[in-house]
Ligand binder design. Structure first.
Ligand SMILES: *Cc1c(COP(=O)(O)O)cnc(C)c1O
Length: 352
């Protein structure tokens, strides 16, 4: 008998990343089109000379900067290797085998993977008819075994966001011993003032946490750094299950340099938001259903035509992210990239 890993991993879904196709435009991973700012690239290059040393294991300087930025004690912050890593830490920190995690579906594909690895029971609550989290149904799905409820706001891959009044009502309903985690990877692209800043809830309530990342608006997807802000005891547990040294020195330096350059980076988000509105209007005009989006991507609920549509855009040299039988997510890129995508979308003839 050959050596074998855990038997239950056979059923673990693979994390499917957006495809990269040489020569084609990549609108499949919700990245921003521009690379790090020159000031950030310079900081990374300078830090490269010190790579014989281990990174700061406590990620102390960056954590302090983030604590100051959000106006909360540093004890309430935990830095990790991107929100994907933080999701895994969250499950390890919160769930013993058999504990329940409630999240919406379809949502971010890390949630089922991280939950299953931690042997948590997954309760998936379908999105509503508007492709938005059904918060009433999610509150109703909470049982005495529930430890965590994840709300992805705005939701990946649909771009839809829950508004303040419904989140207030939802948080009033969730028991105080259940942690509600707001995954706000796309927060910087939100323009509707009715979509609340999750940090306001973290400040006001003892059972709410927020996940943020440097991968999207800050343009550092390749360096892997994100952070958690939440109750002090949960942040402490997140640090306990952190893989030592995994947030590397370059990531720590680059994240701090990006905080220094925040106004410039947020201005770039404004350009993307303007393009988002233009692309959505053009798609609506072409006859597509496109849910309201508060992120840097649009969702086309094409159902059974999703794969066919993505093959068509690929033939037009544009890579999008298809979810078979469900829909297609298209990242907002540069204006000329978006034009190529729109050209492909307009020339698509549905066959199924
Ligand atoms: C992209 C994304 C993240 C960020 O992942 P990183 O690991 O920080 O790159 C987190 N949550 C959601 C919902 C995302 O779409």
């Amino acid at each position: 008998m050959p050596v074998q890993p855990r038997a239950d991993l056979v059923s673990l879904p693979d994390y499917v990343a957006g495809r990269t196709v040489p020569g084609a435009i990549k609108l499949s991973s919700n990245e921003v089109p521009d690379g790090p700012l020159p000031s950030v690239a310079r900081a990374i290059a300078e830090a490269a000379t010190g790579l014989n040393r281990y990174p700061d294991p406590s990620i102390g300087k960056l954590a302090a900067r983030l604590a100051a930025k959000v106006g909360l004690p540093v004890e309430r912050v935990a830095v990790g290797c991107g929100s994907v890593s933080l999701c895994h830490q969250l499950m390890h920190a919160m769930c013993a085998p058999g504990d329940e995690v409630v999240y919406a579906w379809r949502s971010f594909e890390t949630y089922p993977i991280a939950s299953q690895i931690a042997l948590a029971e997954q309760v998936k609550v379908p999105l509503d008819a508007n492709h938005t989290h059904d918060l009433d149904a999610m509150a109703a799905a909470v049982t005495p075994r529930t430890k965590v409820v994840i709300v992805c706001n705005p939701n990946n891959p649909t771009g839809t966001a829950n508004r303040r009044a419904e989140l207030d009502r939802f948080l009033d309903r969730v028991p105080s011993d259940v942690l509600v985690v707001l995954d706000e990877a796309y927060r910087e692209f939100v323009t509707d003032p009715e979509v609340p800043d999750g940090l306001d809830y973290v400040r006001a309530r003892d059972n709410v946490a927020v996940l943020r990342t440097f991968s999207k608006a800050y343009g550092l997807a390749g360096l892997r750094v994100g952070y958690f802000v939440g109750p002090e005891q949960i942040a402490a547990a997140m640090r306990k299950v952190y893989v030592p040294f995994s947030v590397n020195s370059l990531a720590q330096i680059a994240a701090m340099a990006s905080l220094d350059a925040e106004p410039e980076l947020l201005a770039r988000c404004g350009t993307i938001v303007a393009e988002r509105e233009r692309v959505r209007a053009a798609l609506l005009d072409a006859g597509y259903e496109v849910p309201d989006t508060q992120a840097n991507f649009v969702w086309l609920p094409l159902g059974d035509a999703a794969l066919d549509f993505s093959e068509h855009t690929l033939a037009n040299k544009v890579v999008v992210r298809a979810f078979a039988g469900d829909g297609v997510r298209v990242t907002i890129g540069r204006p000329e990239e978006n034009d190529l995508f729109l050209h492909a979308a307009r020339s698509y003839r549905r066959t199924s």
